[in-house]
Design a binder for this molecule. Structure first.
Ligand SMILES: *[C@@H]1O[C@H](CO)[C@@H](O)[C@H](O)[C@H]1NC(C)=O
Ligand SMILES: *[C@@H]1O[C@H](CO)[C@@H](O)[C@H](O)[C@H]1NC(C)=O
Ligand SMILES: *[C@@H]1O[C@H](CO)[C@@H](O)[C@H](O)[C@H]1NC(C)=O
Length: 275
């Protein structure tokens, strides 16, 4: 037992050092509702307390994916995702190991859309998440704040003055301020792209990765129209439900990896930013 506790204590101390350091760099993303790291109990050598982080290595790596919990908002649901994970075999019941299984809508939490999401013939032809270009999903990205009083229209896109050649943009909106991803109910008043905003992006920019901070890149009002504009060319990838709280706007290296779900038009995705 003692041999297990000591490394954990060290880990805990290290994580506190990281927290202190990153607060002072203002790069520490908050995570409303999450457990805060509390190492007080471990001094008593009694409890094993895992470290849950939003940042690693003093802020060099920032996790911009949401944690999967039953309280995540879920498409068209007032009650959230609900139970999605359970133990099929459990040690408490005499099994040799704990063994869970899960059932998850593929567009839950931080996730990615493939062209087949809104184009049936693309899905039939095999344009699933396994065909998404990892080059687009990994590389330099701009994190940018959009005006809080509008959805993303052509005018808004134009005024953002995103430099030509920018291929990956994470759009932070009012959704982050409203902490919509931390609210159970699906809120249709979220901010997203209007059809003309999507069209402007497609026609006037080099952006291929569009990241957004709620469950859909398209505003509810233009849900189908804006998705169609984005996905028709099969070269733009939508990453939705990103966790962009308290991160400085600017240029980062983004890394996003979807699951290789053959035949699926959506997938959970883990995304991180590297400074
Ligand atoms: C193993 O399963 C038990 C329930 O039998 C659960 O309380 C415990 O948290 C599980 N451990 C892990 C590591 O999942
Ligand atoms: C263990 O078995 C009991 C009795 O069959 C059952 O009620 C309980 O849900 C099981 N627990 C887990 C974690 O599988
Ligand atoms: C964005 O559009 C939605 C409808 O899709 C609307 O409910 C919401 O108020 C709009 N947000 C802003 C900031 O204009």
């Amino acid at each position: 037992m003692a041999s297990l506790v000591l490394p954990l204590l060290l880990l805990c101390a290290a994580s506190q050092a990281i927290l202190m350091f990153s607060t002072s760099t203002a790069a520490y993303p908050s995570n409303p509702g999450a457990d805060t790291t509390d190492c007080s109990l471990s001094d008593k050598h009694e409890e094993l307390i895992p470290v849950r982080r939003e940042v690693y290595d003093g802020g060099r790596i920032i996790d911009i994916s949401h944690r999967y919990t039953p309280d995540l908002p879920s498409w068209d649901s007032m009650g959230g995702l609900g139970q999605f994970l359970w133990l099929r075999q459990s040690m408490k019941n005499g099994s040799i190991a704990n063994f869970s299984e899960m059932k998850l809508p593929t567009h839950t939490g931080t996730h990615v859309d493939s062209p087949g999401h809104f184009f049936d013939h693309y899905l039939d032809a095999g344009f699933d998440v396994d065909t998404l270009d990892l080059e687009v999903l990994n590389g330099l990205a701009l994190l940018i704040d959009v005006p809080r009083d509008k959805n993303i229209t052509a005018e808004v896109m134009k005024d953002l003055n995103i430099p030509k050649g920018t291929r990956r943009v994470l759009f932070r909106t009012l959704n982050t301020d409203r902490q919509l991803m931390f609210k159970k109910y699906y809120d249709t008043s979220y901010v997203g792209f209007m059809k003309d905003g999507a069209k402007w992006l497609v026609e006037n920019t080099d952006i291929k990765l569009v990241g957004i901070d709620y469950l859909s890149a398209a505003a509810h009002e233009d849900l189908t129209a804006a998705h169609l504009v984005f996905l028709e060319g099969r070269d733009i990838i939508l990453v939705e439900g990103l966790k962009l709280d308290d991160i400085q706007p600017g240029i980062y290296s983004v890394r996003c990896l979807p699951l290789r779900l053959l035949g699926a038009e959506g997938s959970p995705i883990r995304c991180i930013l590297i400074n």
